[in-house]
Design a protein around this ligand. Sequence first.
Ligand code: 5GP
Length: 229
Amino acid sequence: MVVRSSRLSLALLVVLGTAAGLCAAQDYDFFYLVLQWPGSYCDTKQSCCYPKSGKPAADFGIHGLWPNSNDGTYPLNCDPGTEFDPSRVSDLLSSLRAHWPVLACPSNDGVRYWGHEWEKHGTCAADVFDEHNYLQAALRLRGQLDVLGALTAAGVNPDGGYYTLGQIKDAVRQGTGFEPYVECNRDESGNSQLLHVYFCVDAAGSSIMECPVVPSGRGCGNRIEFPAF
Ligand code: 5GP
């Protein structure tokens, strides 16, 4: 009897140990670094609110750094017990305000947005990031990608004009060295406009690479507005 129950305990330990190991195992192959054009976030029926620090620069800001698998699936909200602690990222606040501006309403200071991104996406890469490293890595990677410079160098300007998907992708590839995935939303009149530019980052969260797979989504069409901001 004693022997049987200790065998049972041992088996239970093995099962629990394996499950814990599986949970801790990395559940992604790479990251999407998603950049956002503020003009397109604001130029919709829903509109936007500038952050408390004032109108952000007319440049691509960060939306998030999202772990993703080669089969197209992705983990979310991997540690529901975690709570973002802004005091741990106080040294990053001015860079976050500049390059990861919050545009949702009501107007706020961005802490909830950064915390949301960490809790929803960053916690799924806790094998490589804590909250500070997560936000810092996104800032560092964005700093390597002058998307606006790449577009304007090719004559793709944020002036309310229309461009083809090929023009946008070629310009970004030429200027940054990487082929982006482009995602659009709709302006107030229903026109397709350039909202997000996706790049891929290796599983260590350190180097930009070509994307192994792109998100499945509604295409942009071939007449894409690039609104001013
Ligand atoms: P996601 O869930 O796609 O990672 O992040 C989007 C969430 O962040 C939404 O709940 C949205 O309201 C909030 N959010 C706050 N500010 C912004 C912003 O400037 N851009 C985007 N795309 N989402 C924002």
